[in-house]
Write a protein that binds this ligand. Structure first.
Ligand SMILES: [Zn+2]
Ligand SMILES: [Zn+2]
Length: 721
């Protein structure tokens, strides 16, 4: 009799043992359906020696019901799942679930019916149908997805099918993707790019674990260099994963990819339609998808023959996931490459200190691209001391910056203003009584968004229309905006330069690949003179006519207690400065600041990256911060404030008393109320060599909490809110 152990997805159950029926193939990694009481559950067959459970006698084992028609999860992915669960102190089932990220994909092929506009001209239209007709131009999807796209009910669309306005299309759900051709259009690389590309090709051909740090200034052609590694993988019939920090920003990458390889890569992100998700998942698992570009969730996809992993903009904070399994995709990507036995390339113009340290220690091979491609020069960077040269009252742009904007407009060149604050104003209050608009679910101010006419919480998504009267004192039309957001800066530009075409670029306005494409096309066509944007515009874009970058408030990122604040500020401003002067015309950057003497700002102005990194390295070494020491956070939360506080005290009260391990807290989190939950934090600082995870496991294991309490563990935290 054959017996197997299953990893199942119900956190309350441990691993479960089953009998394998005679006719069934079940090996480690197989995805199966098993009986549990009267229900059927999904499971993954796992090596029993790696997944301890209490033994059930043979006679009591129930048989598996079905092995699903997908390839077994391969050993490197199983080891990655185990490693991630262990390192981040997360339930293994929660990690494994990220690998089975399309339920529909687990079933065999077939067809699905999608709908598109038939082109039929209706005689009379209800307003809803008219809106749907508008919204669905060029779209094809299932009724449910179209209803979501058009913001109408499925009933409205069914009516339109009956009226012949929408026509059905039968789609093979597993139709293959177009193949990329490594020789489609060979690049013209400079010597530095060539030598980096050469190393990537060698490493891909050798098919062994080899981590690279590709350190190139903005505009140096890092993408073209690692494309040659991708070409080598394609020639060797191996798959490639390219991780991007934000998938809405990949337009430029997709265009360059298609130009080099003659076909688009497979795209993976959380807003894929379910049929696209299913098709991509299966193509990846069966080895048909050659190159996958994705956000961090792509990291756990079941590749059949992975030959290369690229992490682009590897310094980006958005690779760190802050809920569910709290992992850092950059670090897990390197581990996946280790298990798969393939190279990993971390590409960045402003690498994380941790990555530079790994290169210095000889763990990563560092490849440098010190010059801009095609002879373009790095922009000239200056600071503007707002204490000496303040903006006019009620404005945010100082006169010298306004002059530069005017000059660019006269010359027909483009400018970019950077302020990492969405919306119109970060705080809204009542002019009569001083009432501050606060989120009901979070300890955070509501942010006014004038473009969409709402007050919004950026932490939980709570939204409300701006009230006509103050909820506190009843005064009408009393709202006063405090401080600037990008929308307010855009208004200011429109007042100063009435002829300028201004575009606001944030995750509110450019929130899909389609909208990003429209934005890029407008800038390229010269239809936009001034871009006002958040960190969304700091990376990836390549606009040759953009010659001026203004940083509205360089000090903003330095506020708050984040231990990486200086590094993040340096990275953001260096990245946004890198958008200037990428073509033949030279670029200029003006940084507005009240602290031009701060180490970060003066290093940026002097273009002295080494000075910044060595100052930051010393500060981290002294603070025992990564990469020299380790941090972890324990976040205790509950909807009941007293319950959260008591649970946090219980955790704090049983903290281990160990040399070299410092436990801070519990203290109310800076965001002490988030999505309706009260939060307390403990911070643990330890030596680099400490087995921090084991300490935390032993510490928390004996503790019991009321059912409403959640205890989250964040290893190597990025957010301290
Ligand atoms: Zn009031
Ligand atoms: Zn909120």
């Amino acid at each position: 009799m054959r017996r197997v152990r299953l990893l199942v997805f119900n956190a309350a159950l441990g691993p479960l043992d089953y009998r394998v029926p005679e006719s069934m193939a079940a090996e480690p990694g197989s995805v199966v359906i098993a009986p549990l009481g009267p229900r059927q559950i999904l499971g993954i067959v796992w090596e029993p020696e790696r997944l301890p459970a209490s033994e059930v006698p043979d006679a009591r084992l129930r048989p598996l019901l079905e092995a699903l028609p997908v390839p077994p999860l391969r050993e490197p992915l199983r080891r990655l799942i185990e490693w991630t669960a262990d390192y981040y102190v997360a339930p293994i089932a929660a990690v494994a679930r990220m690998a089975l990220s399309s339920g529909a994909a687990l079933r065999g092929g077939g067809t699905v019916t999608e709908y598109r506009l038939s082109g039929e001209e209706p005689e009379r239209l209800t307003p809803q149908r008219a809106a749907a007709l508008d919204a669905l131009q060029g779209e094809q999807a299932t009724i449910r997805e179209l209803a979501e796209l058009a913001s109408v009910s499925e009933g409205v669309l069914r009516g339109m099918v009956n009226a012949g306005l929408l026509e059905p299309v039968t789609v093979d759900i597993d139709r293959p993707y177009r193949h990329a051709d490594p020789d489609h259009s060979l690049p013209d690389l400079n010597p530095d790019q060539q030598s980096a590309a050469g190393r990537f090709v060698e490493a891909v051909q050798a098919a062994v674990f080899s981590p690279f740090l590709l350190d190139g200034v903005t505009g140096s052609g890092k993408t073209e260099a690692y494309f040659e590694g991708i070409a080598a993988a394609l020639r060797g019939d191996r798959q490639v994963l390219v991780l991007m920090p934000e998938i809405a920003l990949t337009e430029n990458f997709l265009a360059r990819f298609a130009a080099r390889f003659g076909a688009a890569p497979v795209v993976w992100h959380s807003s894929l339609k379910s049929t696209e998700r299913r098709r991509a998942w299966r193509a990846i698992a069966f080895g048909d998808a050659q190159v996958v570009v994705g956000a961090r969730s792509a990291l756990f996809l079941p590749f059949a023959r992975l030959g290369l992993i690229v992490v682009d903009e590897a310094h980006e904070v958005s690779f760190k996931q802050d809920d569910g399994v709290r992992y850092n995709a950059r670090d897990v990507a390197v581990m996946r490459a280790r298990f798969e036995g393939c190279p990993a390339i971390l590409a960045s113009a402003t690498p994380a200190l941790e990555s530079l340290q790994m290169a210095e220690a000889g763990v990563y091979e560092k490849l440098d691209l010190p010059d801009r491609f095609g002879g373009a020069h790095l922009p000239n960077i200056r600071t503007l001391d707002l204490r000496e040269t303040p903006p006019e009252r009620g404005r945010w742009l100082a006169p010298p910056l306004v002059e530069l904007l005017r000059d660019r407009l006269d010359k027909g060149e483009q400018s970019l203003l950077f302020l990492n604050r969405r919306g119109y104003a970060p705080l809204t209050l009542c002019r009569n009584c001083g009432y501050r608009f606060q989120c009901p679910n979070c300890s955070a101010w509501l942010v006014e968004h004038r473009l969409s006419r709402r007050l919004a919480c950026h932490h939980c998504g709570h939204e409300t229309p701006p009230p006509e009267t103050c909820p506190e004192c009843g005064e009408p039309d009393c709202l006063v905006a405090c401080g600037p957001g990008v929308e307010r800066i855009a208004d200011e530009v429109a007042e100063i330069l009435p002829d300028a075409q201004v575009a606001v670029v944030t995750s509110d306005t450019v929130n899909s690949p389609g909208r990003a494409a429209v934005f890029v096309a407008q800038v390229e066509a010269g239809a936009i003179d001034v871009i006002v944007g958040t960190q969304l515009v700091t990376k990836g874009y390549h606009f040759p006519e953009l010659t001026l970058v203004g940083v509205v408030d360089a000090d903003l990122g330095l506020e708050g207690g984040d231990l990486r604040a200086a590094e993040r500020t340096y990275q953001q401003i260096a990245q946004v400065a890198g958008r200037a002067g990428r073509g033949e015309k030279p670029g200029e950057v003006l940084i507005q600041t009240r602290h031009p003497e701060a180490a970060v700002i003066s290093a940026l102005a002097a273009g002295d990256r080494d000075a910044f990194y060595s100052a930051e390295t010393e500060a981290r070494r002294e603070a025992g911060a990564p990469p020299f020491g380790r941090w972890a956070a324990i976040i205790v939360s509950s909807e009941d404030e007293a319950e959260a506080r008591d649970a946090a005290r219980a955790v704090g009260g049983s903290a281990p008393n160990l040399p070299d391990v410092l436990v801070l807290g519990p203290a109310p989190a800076p965001l002490s109320l988030l999505r309706g939950r009260y939060r307390y934090r403990l911070l643990i600082n330890a030596r680099r060599s400490t087995q921090l995870q084991d300490i935390i496991r032993e510490w928390l294991e004996p503790l019991r909490f009321p059912p409403g309490v959640r205890v989250g563990i964040d290893i190597d935290p990025y957010s301290f809110v």
